[in-house]
Design a protein around this ligand. Sequence first.
Ligand code: GLA
Length: 387
Amino acid sequence: MARVAERLLEELRTMGNTAPARVFQAPGRVNLIGEHTDYNLGFVMPIALDLACTAAIAPRADGTLRIVSLNMGETHEVAAADLASLSPRKHWSDYVIGAAREVLALGFPISGADVVLESTVPVGAGLSSSAAIEVSTALAFLGGRSLDRMELVKLARRAENDFAGMPCGIMDQYISVFGEKGQAILIDCRDLGCEAVPLPYDVSIVAVNSMVKHELGSSAYANRVRECAEAVAVFDGRIGGIESLRDVNAEQFTHWDEYIPETPRRRARHVIGENERVLAFRDACERHDKPEMGSLFYRSHKSMRDDYEISCEEIDFLVETAMALEGCHGARMTGGGFGGCTVNLLRPDAVERFRSAMDGAYRKRFGITPVFYECHPAAGARELAIA
Ligand code: GLA
């Protein structure tokens, strides 16, 4: 049995719960390319990571839901019977309660239980720590009752949208469920179809955590969603039949862009260009064209920086420093923005030098020690143990 499963089961026993228990795990992700395209019904290409949230669950007879985060050293208790009437607290437990409410809303009764969580996905790093919690705890609350995997993805997204109050797209929950070992996944966020994309064997993917997360993040995200909708309304008025930025191609954009106010116009330019870059990146992967893969990374970054305006000084510094290093094909910010991680495509033999050069430069400039994650595409959510 996986060590983490043993540890969480042990924790349940220490808490005095000796009932039959089950353990589920769901990964975080790093998005290779396709940023802020998911809620615009476009393309994204993430990989699931071997950083994950693990949730162990065992029933209790008294109707209490006791949720323990080993990372936070905190316990949150609610009555299972009150789930439907709870309000969010702006707290990590919102993701768990949100998942429980959605499981309940699908008609699966939830009674008292102890739920113990431990996650290796860093918080605020743009690696989807929240989706990993939502998916692993949704599986725990389902407790083996069968649910279509796409319904699980949607359920977990609703937990984030409707309870945690973050108007995110579907990427994070999707890849957390459907991740595949050794492959990136190209997701079409409109029809929810996907395609596995093998990456060239001689490329290493390294995420660099800037260790900053500027507060602006959550309100800015909602603003971007709104600005994209403003652009859609103008295109729809001019062209007709436009329901999302996915329906607008580059030619139509250039033809009509003067009718769109400045800010939504730049947001739309990012999204439309980014969708094209995702498909071009898939093609470049197939050709093992590493210079082109790297160039698409950097173009994506510049578009996020200049048109979508979601980068920040620390992230730009990490990207520029990486781009100047020998053996780095390309670098870009990954995730929602305003801090978190960059993702870098490296020649495998350059990884060690990259780490020490980046570490030195970032510490010198900002006095912050960055954290590095070597990313290997991992499988999606699964059950780890029954005990
Ligand atoms: C966050 C959201 C995702 C996606 C990214 C940006 O991670 O949860 O749905 O929009 O930002 O690509």
